[in-house]
Design a binder for this molecule. Structure first.
Ligand SMILES: [Zn+2]
Ligand SMILES: [Zn+2]
Length: 114
């Protein structure tokens, strides 16, 4: 166990340089995205709780994986159906909507606290 705080900042710098060198374009885009993003507002819990859940059915679903965790859906796995018809793992979208009221895929806006 090393407890040198210095290592942490070095890691961040290395990661940063790595990002810049590997994908300057993508980095710039995400940086610009951050500038125009509105302030994150959590979705109203009552609306989150009211979202429909269903069992994942590969044949009738456009999505093959969850856009929050990037894991593939398993057959008959419980998923949450957003009003925009996008689906996510129950836990994933639950945590996501605690941070922001927009769909991770299409930015559909969920109602926030009144
Ligand atoms: Zn997920
Ligand atoms: Zn959506």
């Amino acid at each position: 166990m090393q407890e040198k705080p210095k290592n942490i900042s070095v890691n961040i710098v290395v990661e940063f340089v790595h990002t810049v060198l590997c994908d300057v374009q993508a980095f710039n885009e995400s940086f610009m995205d951050e500038e125009v993003d509105p302030i994150l507002v959590p979705a109203a819990p009552s609306y989150v709780e009211a979202l429909k859940t269903k069992q994942y059915d590969k044949e009738n679903s456009k999505e093959e994986s969850c856009s929050v965790c990037y894991q593939e859906f398993l057959m008959a796995e419980d998923v949450t159906l957003m009003p925009c018809s996008h689906i996510f793992h129950n836990n994933c979208i639950g945590r996501w909507l605690e941070m922001t009221n927009t769909c991770p895929m299409c930015r559909f806006t969920m109602p926030t606290f009144v």
